[in-house]
Design a protein around this ligand. Structure first.
Ligand code: ADP
Ligand code: MG
Length: 366
């Protein structure tokens, strides 16, 4: 049982891969954060399809948006309820749920910059009876920031090291790095699985390329790789963030030659993903001695192998440092709920570019 000054929080995250709902139960005791339990729940396929379409702006439709907001809120609420019960927890033992929701649009630039996460937190609070914190990104955006990434403060809490210069890499749909230095820095490097997944789904009928095995049957097409690497986003100076509205199959098709074999394209996408990450680290975190990888992409063995070859640093996984690599992002939103309830600022201005530190997230009473 947790001690008196410790608190349990549940984090809920559906990332840009839209592969599932990650739940992470964490205990915060002072500056120590422990992972108690983690589980990923697949999304109902109709909901997943809608979320993917909304994320890519396919036939934008307000009714579809409103319904998906409700449906995802219901799914998170019901799933969280079941998970809390399965842990044998009474509601009183849980201080809050931090729910990120699903990003369906992220336009961080311009006077009317906006970011939109759905998954109605009112429903989560209603269905669980637990205080719910959500809408974490928009306050940072209102303060002139990118609204992303928000996990760096948590990455620093978990993996900072007194002597070793470290960078945390999360390979989700999009890849982002946190440079654990003072001041903290972090940004989206470019794609994670956002190109490999849909290409694999289209040609192999599988949602992702297990271990990178299919990519391993192909060869890198140098001309395509060069064309992908010329994408201006890669050279844009941080703070910066991106999403599926940029890196998707349409973006790829503008750069494809029809004669290419599907497995060669997959192998080239994998190389592009590894190279763009290594490029970002060497450009903006050149002192890095160790890269700690989390997110589903760490399970792509070929991707990790290519990263080890291309990066000028030791590469290992969060799991090798005692944290389940699937729990970090959801754990971050549990931790952000903790920060919110303590009125502690949690965005990192040096990361997001916001004008200052802000208390982020909105509270929905149980
Ligand atoms: N065994 C595996 N082999 C290769 N890729 C994997 C494996 N397991 C997960 N992935 C990749 O990780 C993605 C999910 O990662 P996740 O961290 O949940 O991303 P997001 O935060 O975008 O949801 C999957 O869509 C898939 O591309
Ligand atoms: Mg995911």
């Amino acid at each position: 049982m947790p001690s008196d000054d410790s608190h349990l929080y549940l984090g809920a995250m559906t990332g840009t891969s839209v592969d599932g709902l990650d739940l992470a139960l964490i205990e915060v005791a002072g500056s120590t954060v422990n992972l108690i339990a983690q589980r990923t729940f697949p999304l109902p396929s109709a909901l997943r399809k809608t979320l993917l379409e909304l994320g890519q702006g396919i036939g934008d439709n307000l009714d579809a948006l409103g319904e998906a907001d409700a449906a995802l809120g219901r799914f998170i609420g019901e799933t969280a309820r079941g998970f809390i019960d399965s842990q044998g927890l009474a509601n009183e033992a849980l201080r809050a749920i931090g729910s990120h929701g699903q990003t369906v649009r992220h336009r961080p630039r311009g006077r009317n910059a906006f970011t939109l996460q759905i998954g109605d937190p009112n429903r989560i609070a209603e269905l669980t009876g637990v205080t719910t914190v959500a809408d974490f990104r928009r306050r940072d955006l209102a303060a002139g920031g990118q609204g992303a990434p928000l996990a760096p403060g948590f990455h620093a809490a978990l993996f900072s090291h007194a002597r070793e210069r470290r960078t945390v890499l999360n390979v989700g749909g999009i890849s982002n790095i946190t440079r654990l230095c003072t001041p903290l820095q972090g940004f989206d490097t470019g794609p994670g699985n956002a190109l490999m997944d849909p290409w694999c789904a289209k040609h192999q009928g599988a949602p992702f390329d297990e271990g990178g095995a299919w990519a391993a049957t192909g060869r890198v097409d140098e001309a395509l790789l060069e064309s992908l690497l010329s994408d201006p986003y890669l050279d844009q100076a941080p703070p910066k963030s991106t999403g599926r509205e940029h890196y998707n199959l349409e973006w790829l098709s503008e750069r494809l030659r029809p004669a290419l074999k599907p497995q060669d394209v997959q192998r080239t996408l994998l190389e592009f993903t590894a190279a763009s990450i290594a490029y970002a680290v060497s450009n903006w975190a050149p002192e890095t001695e160790r890269i700690i990888v989390c997110g589903g992409g760490r399970l792509n063995r070929l991707l990790l192998q290519r990263l080890k070859a291309l990066a000028n640093a030791t590469v290992d996984t969060a799991d090798e440092h005692g944290w389940d690599g699937d729990a970090i992002e959801a754990g971050a939103f549990a931790w952000l709920a903790h920060q919110r309830l303590n009125n502690a600022p949690a965005n990192v201005p040096s990361v997001t570019g916001a004008a200052g530190s802000r208390v982020i997230g909105a509270i929905y009473a149980p």
